[in-house]
Structure formats: C-alpha cells, structure tokens
Ligand binder design. Structure first.
Ligand SMILES: Nc1ncnc2c1ncn2[C@@H]1O[C@H](COP(=O)(O)OP(=O)(O)OP(=O)(O)O)[C@@H](O)[C@H]1O
Ligand SMILES: O=P(O)(O)OC[C@H]1O[C@H](OP(=O)(O)OP(=O)(O)O)[C@H](O)[C@@H]1O
Ligand SMILES: O=C(O)c1cccnc1
Length: 487
C-alpha cells in the first residue's frame, strides 16, 4: 500500500501557525473545547461541473499515526521567537508529547462525485487537535481530488478506451508522482507506467518502449526485431522515431514474423505528428495486413479536450491513450482551493455557538452548523440535488434548498425521492470505525457515479450547475449569524 510512505510520524507536516495557535489555545485554557470544522471547496476545478473525491485513505493513515514523536518535540523546542527565546514553553511540549488523537471524523467516501460548498469532511473534537490536522488534511485531499477529477474528465472523453497514466517523469516530485498515480486510477485510468506506485497500490502496470530503444540500433526494423526476440508477447512498437507510416510498415513486418512464431503483435504507439491522420492511415495499414486486433496507442501532451476532439470530431482510430503531464500536474488548474473552516464551538454549558467567517465576497462566507450532505436521487438513480443541513435541527420532509450564494434561488425537494447522507463515520473519538475499500472498488464506484451524473454536468464547456443548497433552516441560521456579526 502506498500509504506505507505515510506511516511514519508526519505530525509536523503542518504550517507553523497551526502549532502557534494550538499553543495559544492551550495557554488560554481552551485547547480542549469541543469544536467542529468542515473541509470543502468553492469552485469545481477545470471550469467543470463536478469534482471526484479522493485522498481519504491517506488521511486515515495520517491520522492513525498522529502523535508527536520524541524528535518532533525536540525539534519544536529549538524554534525561537523574534528575540531568540524558545517559542513554546516546556509544559506545552509535554502536553503535545502526551497528546492522544481522539477526534471524531465524518467524510465522504473516495470515488464519490462532490460539488462546491458541500463539506467532504467534518472534524469534531478538541479545538487544538482540529487545528493541528488542517494543513495535512488539505494537502492530501486537495491534490488527490484535483487529479482524480482530471482523470475522471479524461475517462469521460475516452469513453470505453484504455487510459494509461504516463506522468511520473513530469510529476511534482516523488510523492506528487505516487499520489497522482493513485488519484488517476481512482478517476478511471486502467494502468500506470509508474512501477513503484503500481507495487505500492496494487494496480496494473503497463508500458511500451521509448525512442532510445530504436535509436540504439542502426535502423528501426532491426530494433523492432530485437524487441520482438526479447519480449514476443509484449510488443507495442513506437513507430514515430523517423517516419511514422514507414514505422507502421516495419511493425507489420515484425508482426508477421511474430505471427509465424505463434505470437500476436499487441499494437503500435504514435507519439508525434497529426494523431488523427496518422492513426487513420496506420489503422488501414494494420487492417490490410490482417492486424485488426492490434491496438493503436497515442501519447503526446494529451488532455480531455484533445482526446474528445480526436475521437468525436476527427474520428481518429486510437483505442489506447497514454496521458502524462497534463494529468499529473493538473496542467490547466494546478490547485484545488479546498478550505477548512470552523463552524461551531461549544460554550461552558456544552451549547453550540455557531461560527461564520465573513467576507465581502458572498461565496467566501462560510456556513455555520454541524453539517451533513444529503444527496437526493431520481427513480432512475440519477443525481438530483444535494442538501446541506445542520444535524442539530429538525428538518422538514419536503425541504427547500437555498443557493448559499444567492438567497432567491431555491428548489423544493419532494419527499418521495431516495436519498443518502454522504458524510459517514470514519473515526469516533480517535478510533477508526471505517474499513477503507480496495482501490479497485473505489474505481468501480467512480464509474458508477459518473454514470449517474447528467451529461449536462459532465460536459467540458459551460457545464450545467448541479443544485447544491442549504436546507432553509440552515440558511436562516446562517443569515442570523451573519446579521449578528454585522451588528
Ligand atoms: N489531430 C490533432 N488535432 C489536434 N491536436 C493534435 C492532433 N495531432 C496532434 N496534436 C497535438 O499537437 C501538438 C503538437 O504535436 P507535434 O507532434 O506536431 O509536435 P511536438 O509535440 O512538438 O512533437 P514532438 O513530440 O516530436 O516533439 C501535441 O500536443 C499533439 O498532441
Ligand atoms: O506527453 P505526456 O502526456 O507527458 O506523456 C508522456 C510522454 O513522455 C514520453 O515522452 P518523452 O519524455 O520521451 O518526451 P517527448 O516525447 O516529449 O520527446 C512519451 O513519449 C510521452 O510523449
Ligand atoms: O510506456 C510508455 O510508453 C511510456 C511511459 C512513460 C512515458 N511515456 C511513455
């Protein structure tokens, strides 16, 4: 499991300000006040209509190992303030050394479609612990959700074709490469070229060969022949080193000798030039030579727009797509803006005090409450609307959803609709109560979820906005808290 990488103590994987705030809470005597935070994002990435939730398994491993090791404490004791004095007093560091993770966490499962403004995670427990986990939690989920979303968009474009992830060489560092491979698989990729990720994650590993193989021989035909000698049942020939269509002919020559020996040539790979024209011509050559089953793999700066154009507008004859850079770097949107906000805190009488962060920008005003996301579905299983509500309030059987960014937009939900509450228990008072599904079942979930999402929300240009609203009691609570703060 790739999570092995996260099984040492990563408790210091945070911003210093989380620890200074924790120190402040401790000093002021409210470190253990009960608080609730939610993680959510405000805008779907890639100008799209949805995101695909990923990263929870890593969050679980991070939290399972959440404790300050002796050398963490030792390091913290060396941090100094502007006057060169230790920033943290020894008793606080002792408090951290003895800290037992005991948060309660609810989260949306990986492979679930999620939308702006709805919490994908809810964290309940001591203010100090809630604060200390913020940065790592956002680091993990923002990246994996971003890449899983990109992968899901590529899956939409590629329809039933094979998608291979080729991104490691261009990924953002080592963990960027491994996390991206994981997220790509969750989003619907069939295999990766990344051997370490494949081993750690138990996912299929695949690949062809590079131009250097061809260049290391005097000519292309010799290079193909040598490759076929060594790996007769693993032959996808890269045909574009010198002249693509001549390369296809050489592949056919070697394919014929393989056939005589009882092997099938698996296919060819195109990596430059006009992929549409070349794939159509290559298909004709292969079919005419009897290689109707041979695959045509394409790579070279592919993304969902190009795949869509090649398949739909240009009728390209490509059935396997190798995608690297634009997937693993989320090229057109390098970060998901997921945030983590305090929404309630208990007073001395254990009564919730609801909290809101104000902003001049209405979409940046946070939502108070102990929130849950209820997803309503039509009789045919298609997603209909998501309702965010406060678990502390009784809600009507026929709730009204109000757009959090526009109070005059509302939608009535009729009570006959099926629904599911998406935030499910993951940790209860620090104890893991959730069995992480295998990565293969997460991918199956993704495929099912994508099939339940209307095409108008999946389209790449100006997608329809899926209805996500605050249940009306929650909307009123939010307005009240805002008005109180403003007065
Ligand atoms: N039919 C097509 N329609 C739209 N874009 C295409 C088509 N075929 C190829 N492309 C894209 O055009 C871009 C340029 O490809 P091309 O092979 O001409 O240049 P290159 O990438 O610089 O070549 P090389 O890989 O040899 O350096 C690539 O992003 C490629 O994916
Ligand atoms: O284009 P990507 O989506 O990132 O896919 C991975 C790329 O990596 C390899 O190229 P290589 O590193 O040999 O560079 P080049 O093909 O650009 O010369 C491969 O031939 C693909 O073109
Ligand atoms: O196996 C391949 O064809 C491959 C692997 C990584 C990058 N580009 C291509």
């Amino acid at each position: 499991m790739s999570q092995d990488l996260y099984r040492t103590s990563l408790t210091l994987l945070t911003d210093l300000y989380q620890i200074t705030m924790a120190y402040g809470y401790w000093k002021k005597g409210f470190a253990e006040k009960k608080a609730v935070f939610h993680g959510y994002f405000r805008k779907s990435p890639f100008k799209g209509g949805f995101a695909l939730n990923a990263g929870l398994a890593y969050v679980i491993d991070f939290l399972n190992n959440f404790s300050f090791a002796d050398d963490d404490i030792k390091y913290l004791s060396t941090i100094t303030d502007a006057e060169g004095q230790p920033l943290f007093e020894a008793d606080f560091l002792e408090y951290l050394r003895n800290l037992q993770f005991d948060l309660t966490i609810h989260a949306i499962e990986e492979g679930t479609i999620i939308f702006p403004n709805e919490p994908f995670i809810r964290v309940t427990g001591s203010l100090l612990q809630c604060q200390l986990i913020e940065t790592a939690l956002l680091n993990i989920i923002n990246f994996q959700t971003l890449i899983a979303t990109k992968a899901a968009r590529l899956r939409i474009a590629a329809k039933d074709d094979q998608l291979l992830e080729f991104g490691l060489r261009r990924a953002q560092g080592i963990d960027g490469g491994i996390s991206a491979t994981r997220a790509a698989y969750i989003g619907g990729f069939n295999a990766t070229s990344n051997v370490l990720a494949a081993k750690l994650l138990d996912i299929p590993v695949k690949g062809t060969h590079a131009h250097s193989w061809i260049m290391s021989y005097d000519d292309e035909l010799q290079a193909f022949k040598a490759y076929a000698d060594v790996m007769p049942s693993n032959c996808i020939f890269l045909v574009d080193t010198y002249n693509t269509l001549e390369g296809v002919k050489n592949a056919i020559t070697v394919g014929n000798s393989l056939k005589e020996k009882g092997y099938a040539m698996n296919g060819i790979r195109l990596d430059s030039g006009d992929l549409s024209y070349l794939s159509i011509e290559a298909r004709k050559l292969l079919d005419d030579a009897g290689f109707t089953e041979a695959s045509i793999v394409a790579s070279n700066d592919l993304d969902e727009y190009l795949i869509n154009s090649l398949k739909i507008e240009q009728n390209a004859k490509i059935n396997v797509w190798g995608v690297g850079t634009k997937l693993v770097t989320a090229y057109d949107q390098p970060a998901l803006g997921g945030v983590y906000k305090l929404s309630a805190i208990q007073d001395e009488n254990q009564k919730w005090q609801y909290k809101v962060k104000l902003s001049e920008q209405i979409n940046k005003i946070s939502t108070p409450g102990i929130l849950q996301v209820r997803r309503f579905k039509n009789a045919n299983g298609k997603l209909n609307a998501d309702m965010i509500f406060n678990e502390e309030e009784n809600i009507s059987n026929n709730p009204i959803l109000i757009d959090p960014n526009n109070g005059i937009r509302s939608k009535k939900i009729d009570k006959s609709k099926n629904y599911e509450d998406l935030l499910i228990p993951i940790f209860e008072n620090g104890k893991l109560v959730y069995n992480s599904p295998s990565i293969h079942s997460i991918q199956l979930k993704t495929i099912k979820e994508l099939s339940q999402l209307d095409d108008s929300i999946k389209r790449f240009y100006h997608p329809h906005e899926y209805p996500v609203g605050l249940e009306s009691t929650l909307y009123n609570l939010k307005m009240n808290v805002i008005h109180k703060l403003k007065s």
